[in-house]
Design a protein around this ligand. Structure first.
Ligand SMILES: CC(C)(COP(=O)(O)OP(=O)(O)OC[C@H]1O[C@@H](n2cnc3c(N)ncnc32)[C@H](O)[C@@H]1OP(=O)(O)O)[C@@H](O)C(=O)NCCC(=O)NCCS
Length: 142
């Protein structure tokens, strides 16, 4: 297993404006909405290691430290913590930029394990040649 340096820079994989549809009746954003974006950010980070089908096999405990509000701009900052044969472990840090003040608040942090799989759903080494190609893309209507 290859370990990356602890100070590996985190890049924003995603930045999303929170909308009323993402909120509960109190006006704060559902945790599940943030988890869904964490999952997508994990995929975007994993894809840097190979053009494959990537699935999430594990998300470690996620604690929400501050609420997210409608209008906040939420950033999902990713880095690769370690790599195995078919799997990569991704760290996702979540920050909310407040709509009114512009202040940035740490919201949560997650660690996901993403696994590269073939068309049959079996794990493959992620450093193998790309396993998705033109046939996997949507074809334009003729
Ligand atoms: C991901 C999946 C293909 C792995 O299958 P598997 O039979 O466990 O495969 P393996 O035991 O060979 O493990 C494959 C890799 O995953 C890792 N892994 C498996 N289970 C894990 C877990 N719970 N946590 C962390 N890593 C795990 C293994 O360490 C291995 O890593 P490596 O190749 O880098 O050494 C299978 O579990 C699966 O399809 N899960 C569902 C994924 C999914 O659909 N996610 C979305 C949920 S809606």
């Amino acid at each position: 297993m290859v370990r990356m340096s602890d100070d590996a820079k985190q890049a924003a994989a995603l930045r999303v404006v929170m909308m009323p549809r993402d909120a509960n009746v109190y006006g704060t954003i559902f945790g599940g909405v943030i988890l869904s974006y964490i999952d997508q950010a994990g995929f975007i980070e994993a894809r840097k290691h190979g053009l494959h089908r990537w699935v999430t096999v594990s998300i470690e405990k996620v604690d929400f430290r501050a609420p997210v509000f409608i209008g906040d701009v939420v950033s999902f900052l990713t880095s690769t913590e370690s790599t195995g044969t078919s799997s990569v472990k991704v760290r996702v840090r979540v920050e909310a930029e407040r709509y009114r003040s512009g202040q940035t608040v740490p919201v949560t942090e997650a660690r996901l394990t993403m696994v590269a799989i073939d068309a049959a759903g079996k794990p493959i080494p992620f450093d193998s040649p790309p396993s998705v190609g033109p046939k996997d893309r949507e074809q334009p209507a003729s």
